[in-house]
Design a protein around this ligand. Structure first.
Ligand SMILES: [Ca+2]
Ligand SMILES: [Ca+2]
Ligand SMILES: [Ca+2]
Length: 121
């Protein structure tokens, strides 16, 4: 009797997992982003890494040939002195300004809701 209940329990648990996996797959297909909170500090350090990754020749600037084609216009907007290159300072200040614009309640973190709200604007 106990054995059967145990087996039934396992079976149910098994079904639950499958359902869960399918829900996650559906969510992914629908473009669902899991809720997350990003702090300004985390954002800054991840942008620093991104800058290093983009600056392939290591001259502390992102030149025209280093701009990723997909978001080149977005990045070019950071070139404040319009010399055609994005310096480390232009990049980090520009990105932090974007972070602050997303941080609608100015608490130093950007939640998924804030990110989505700012995207709509
Ligand atoms: Ca470079
Ligand atoms: Ca520049
Ligand atoms: Ca916030």
């Amino acid at each position: 009797m106990i054995g059967a209940a145990f087996a039934a329990g396992l079976l149910l648990a098994g079904c639950g997992d499958k359902k869960e996996a399918r829900a996650q797959a559906d969510a992914k297909a629908a473009g669902f982003v899991p809720p997350s909170v990003t702090s300004r500090l985390d954002y800054g350090s991840s942008m620093e890494r991104r800058f290093r990754a983009l600056d392939r020749n290591g001259d502390d600037k992102i030149g025209k040939d280093e701009l990723p084609a997909r978001n080149a216009p977005r990045l070019q907007a950071l070139d404040r002195n319009k010399d055609g290159e994005i310096s480390a300072i232009e990049f980090s200040e520009g990105m932090l300004a974007r972070f602050d614009a997303m941080d609608l309640n100015h608490d130093g973190t950007v939640t998924t809701e804030e990110r989505q709200a700012s995207r709509k604007r």
